[in-house]
Design a protein around this ligand. Sequence first.
Ligand code: ATR
Length: 264
Amino acid sequence: MDTYGIIGWPVSHSLSPAMHNAVLKSLGIKAVYGLLPLAPQNLSEGIKGIRALNIKGVSVTVPHKEAVIPLLDDIDPVASKIGAVNTIVNKDSLLLGFNTDWIGVKKALKEKIDISGKKAVVVGAGGAAKAVVYALIREGASVVIYNRTFEKAQKLAQTLGGVAFPWEELKNASGDILIQTTSVGLKEDKSPVPEEILSQFEVVMDIVYQPLKTRLLKEAEKAGCKIIDGLSMLVYQGIEQFYLWFGTRPQASLMREAAEKELL
Ligand code: ATR
């Protein structure tokens, strides 16, 4: 029986075990996926542990997505460009790093809108924004990035594309797609986006999924926008992870239901 798991810190509230184990069970695959809590100062020992225990596949979450890169044997060019790895594949004892977050963003968006040629506003420039900006640029959108710390928005735009704007100007932002990537709204009834600008956007997406319908998404719905919640991206990145490990793409509904049950 092969072992899989997720490294992160903290990781106890991760929805990934529920999502992956539900699919393993439904497909009758004899493997287990568990939590692998790993403190930042132990990262390199932890990666040695993955090798020693012959763990076949690993999801990587905060705060390890960038720091894990130099510890792996090879990095997929897209993950390298994004500068973050969220998936490790143990192939014949070689640890290979991939990024499926950007595919999660792309597929979640494509359920509601054709991305090519659209203008996208990205709110935030932290770790989560990287895959978002990469996906948007790769799919042919023009991107503007607003971040509280302007220098981080500038750096993101330099590495992955798009144009950086000061945070204070978010109240004048316009476009077709708005994606919220900051931690504002996580377990709190707050939105970083002024409500007045929402009505012009066709689609508003939030990567926060706790609560499932954030204040931003409620306001966007009221303003007549199509909304995409954070679970959508989580599920689609998970489907691609599963594909890298097992060579088959599970049904989105199966993963989503398993994740929603955990959130209750
Ligand atoms: P993650 O990996 O989840 O993106 P991160 O790298 O710490 O986490 O980034 C958090 C993002 O949320 C950043 O864009 C951060 O803005 P700064 O770059 O200015 O720190 C943003 N953020 C967090 N709290 C915020 C707040 N109260 N108002 C506005 N932006 C906030």
